[in-house]
Design a protein around this ligand. Structure first.
Ligand code: MRU
Length: 356
């Protein structure tokens, strides 16, 4: 089953917000529907976003009266993963040739990502064994499997390839706060593949490394800058620091479509801030028995303006700080902390001074 595809004139996606509870397919027939799906992370992960951007332009070419406006909507739906704008622009370049040419380009991008996943799985698995020896014990972050691509995956593709070779030690899925792409999605994919795994809270990663329980960190990227800085899901940088301190490899697996030579360094990348609600709202932590995760956090927490201090039973008298949160969805791992980047075409050993 494909995470995203073109089916009978529409874009079909697996709704990742419904997992792991329900496996649901959404059929999207307009660019507006697709943009909403991208923004609420029903479809997510850099390579899948590249395909979404391109297929969105194919929708626009067929149905929109103003395809150029639709392309702008698509390429700016989320700012950080370079694949989204890259996919949309590559398909848009065929607009003058007509709708069928645009669709052909979008399907070519889809097929290239499928091929790239297969190549990364082999190359990534080989490198992990080379760096760590037989049966490596791995920690991964966010979701980089089939759900983040079309089929296969990037970093998780390499983990699954080791499993297929019966060469995997253990795997820890870092839960990935606040939207739990690791705990919900990576764990779901590992389970379906028959891989035994453990989920850990994000903050446990560096400690597990310090305690000698992890041989390497392997994760994906939303953008790889010209100097080798890696932009990936928030929490990746902490794992990189932990790996550096523990003296273990930090390996990034991403397709060439994620390499962005036009962006010099991580400092030049717009990091998406997804707003307070994802961090503050109640109902997200069942273990708390309905208690809000922060004072005043309720179902609508974070939706009020930053100056609104009226939320909560005794707001004001308790002297609560303004109910707000900072929620960067990604971080920057400086290239000095990256051992190697594996793409579908090459292995770049940053630890040996090789350049992107
Ligand atoms: O916010 P998300 O879920 O789209 O973030 C995804 C990630 O950060 C992934 O690690 C990255 O896109 C690589 S996916 C192969």
């Amino acid at each position: 089953m494909r995470t995203i595809d073109w089916v009978d004139g529409a874009v079909e996606i697996i709704d990742q917000t419904a997992l792991p509870g329900r496996l649901t397919v959404l059929r999207l027939t307009t660019v507006e529907q697709l943009v909403t799906a991208i923004q609420r992370l029903a479809v997510r992960g850099a390579p899948a976003l590249g395909v979404a951007g391109a297929l969105g332009v194919a929708l626009a070419a067929r149905r929109s009266t103003d395809p150029a406006a639709a392309v702008r909507l698509l390429e700016t739906a989320r700012p950080t993963a370079v694949n989204l704008a890259w996919g949309a622009r590559r398909a848009a370049a065929r607009l003058p040739e007509g709708a069928e040419a645009v669709l052909a380009e979008a399907l070519a991008i889809r097929d290239e990502e499928i091929e790239a996943s297969a190549a990364m799985a082999t190359r990534g698995a080989d490198l992990l064994v080379e760096l760590c020896g037989a049966r490596p014990r791995l920690l991964t972050h966010c979701n980089t499997g089939a759900l983040a691509t079309v089929v296969g995956g990037t970093a998780l593709g390499a983990v699954l390839e080791l499993h297929r070779r019966d060469a995997l030690g253990t795997v820890v899925a870092s839960e990935t706060r606040p939207l739990l792409q690791g705990a919900r999605l990576t764990a779901w994919e590992l389970g379906r593949a028959g891989v035994t795994y453990r989920v850990a809270v994000d903050g446990a990663g560096p400690f597990l490394m310090a305690r000698g329980e992890v041989d390497a960190v392997v994760l994906g990227a939303d953008r790889i800058c010209a100097n080798g800085d890696v932009i990936n899901k928030i929490g990746s940088y902490a794992h990189a620091l932990g790996a550096h301190r523990a003296g273990i490899p930090f390996v990034v697996v991403a397709p060439e479509s994620t390499v962005d030579l036009a962006t010099p360094s991580g400092a030049d990348v717009e990091i998406e801030d997804r707003g307070a609600e994802e961090v503050l709202s109640a109902d997200r932590l069942p273990a708390l028995g309905g208690q809000p995760p922060v004072p005043g956090g309720g179902p609508d927490a974070g939706s009020a303006g930053p100056d609104d201090q009226s939320t909560g039973p005794d707001a004001g008298s308790a002297g609560w700080a303004t109910l707000d949160a900072v929620n960067p969805a990604f971080d920057v791992t400086p290239h000095e902390l990256v051992t190697a980047i594996v793409t579908d075409r090459r292995v770049i050993r940053l630890d040996r001074g090789e350049r992107v």
